[in-house]
Design a protein around this ligand. Structure first.
Ligand code: PLP
Length: 464
């Protein structure tokens, strides 16, 4: 079985190193997944932020199976289907009244890609044909397709495919832990907003169609923007006729402890992208939610050609929608977001205890069950370890050897277990992480970190 691994590409991974120590999963059970050799792992990332309702969820499996027996494919260019209509109604019922239309799709990239196309088409159809540019943040990830990768902000994901589409402009990541200038904490939001405003002015607001952001920027390092930043973006967008798109592919459906992050931050976008947890990871399913104002611009006579000229074969697929219905109903019925709040707090409290004895844990941040741990070589300057040290990879491998799957980079660890997790399971994650940290420290990887007595807060003016 392991040899066949050489013939498949795993997302973002180097095939050679993956093939040397592959992970081949076969089964799932609650918060755990099981590999081909029978080893059990806690799924510390919910697949990729999808399996919010745990693995082996009988209700979701049955919803899919029942629909497969009824109708598996409804002619997507000629018809819709009863399950899609039910799901749209259910979602609109959970959202504020300002939203009126939902485009159902299958993947997150399809959703962000469509949202950006809808924004451009909206302006063309409402007398602002010059508006085409898209603003987004450096270090963001909005998907793998053309526009989505152009909006994404890490060079490593962009450079191999350049030149990318024109008209995509990047803003500074609103990172309160690493502001690019020495600013007092209370001035961080205003500083980042000032930079956004300047970009809008210099790019010419009359050419800007939309600004897309995650409310909490996962790929940027689980960055929670400083208080007031998202509200400030909303105000800037309104002032300059720019549509605000929230990419809530990760942050919705209880991941941050509320049904939508927009609700938590009291800031609602013009266009909302949903995915991942929408189906609990049991089927490819995503959605683009349009506010009434945007949707109205797409309503007209056939000769007007104002419909959305785009679609995907598996959009609004009845099986995916049946599973989505079951997943969202379960999330609401079992008050899953509240569990995410409780367990997220328990997880971060435990991580703070681990931080007390480990100088190289610089910051712990998160909301609900999306948590990031940032590694630093020095707590005062917040300097990172060199990438060549492979600290993140070592931690990831040590955790896996002890039965926990996590995401790491050379400066971050991300935890996002299923939202159904219980107290004892959260404690088990903490115990495994503690042992994995000890394994890595014993290997000498963090030897360059200073003494644990170094202050947690940076010295004034320490900057990056
Ligand atoms: N947007 C965000 C914030 C994501 O994290 C992802 C995927 O991880 C996407 C969009 C793209 O979703 P998909 O991989 O389903 O195309």
């Amino acid at each position: 079985m392991h040899d066949e691994v050489r013939h498949t590409m795993v997302d973002f991974m180097q095939m050679k190193s993956f093939a040397e120590d592959p992970l081949v999963l076969t089964d799932g059970d609650g918060i755990r997944v099981i590999d081909v050799d029978g080893r059990r792992f806690i799924d510390g990332l919910s697949g990729t932020f999808c399996a919010s309702l745990g693995h082996g969820n009988a209700e979701l499996a049955e919803a899919g199976a029942a629909q497969l027996r009824r109708l598996a494919m409804a002619a997507p260019t000629l018809a819709t289907n009863d399950r899609a209509l039910e799901l749209v109604e259910l979602l609109l019922g959970l959202l504020p009244d300002r939203y009126s239309v939902i485009k159902l799709l299958s993947g997150g990239s399809e959703a962000t890609e469509s949202a950006m196309k809808i924004a451009r088409q909206y302006h063309k159809q409402t007398g602002n044909a010059a508006k085409y540019k898209i603003l987004s943040h450096y270090r963001s990830y909005h998907g793998a397709t053309g526009h989505a990768v152009a909006a994404s902000g890490w060079p490593v994901w962009r450079a191999p495919y350049e030149p990318l589409a024109g008209g995509f402009i990047h803003l500074h990541t609103p990172d309160p832990y690493r502001p690019p200038f020495d600013v007092a904490p209370e001035a961080v939001a205003a500083t980042y907003l000032r930079l956004v405003e300047e970009t809008i002015e210099l790019e010419d607001a009359r050419t800007i169609a939309a600004l897309i952001t995650e409310p909490v920027l996962m790929s940027a390092g689980v960055v929670i923007p400083p208080e007031g930043y998202l509200r400030g973006l909303r105000a800037l967008c309104d002032r300059h006729g720019i549509l605000l798109i929230f990419d809530e592919i990760i942050t919705a459906f209880g991941r941050l402890g509320a049904m939508f992050a927009s609700e938590l931050f009291e800031t609602w976008p013009d266009i909302l992208c949903l995915g991942k947890g929408l189906s609990g990871g049991y089927a490819p399913l995503s959605a683009v939610v349009l506010s009434r104002r945007i949707a109205d611009a797409f309503w007209g006579e056939p000769r007007d050609l104002v419909q959305f000229h785009s679609g995907h074969t598996y959009g609004a697929n009845p099986v995916a929608c049946a599973i989505g219905l079951a997943a969202v109903r379960q999330l609401v019925r079992d008050e899953i977001p509240a569990n995410a709040v409780r367990e997220g707090e328990r997880l971060r409290a435990g991580l703070h205890r681990l931080q007390e004895q480990r100088a190289w844990i610089g910051d712990i941040r998160g909301l609900g069950l999306l948590t990031g741990v940032e590694f630093v070589r020095d707590r005062v300057t917040r300097a990172r370890f060199p990438a060549e040290l492979g600290l993140g990879t070592r931690i990831r491998d040590a955790a896996r050897a002890r039965g926990l799957l996590v995401r790491t980079s050379h400066w971050m660890l991300v935890l996002a277990p299923p939202l159904t997790i219980r107290d004892d399971e959260t404690d088990e994650i903490l115990a495994i992480l503690e042992a994995a940290f000890d394994d890595v420290v014993a290997s000498g990887a963090t030897a360059s970190a200073p003494d644990v007595s170094a202050p947690l807060a940076p010295a004034p003016g320490a900057g990056r």
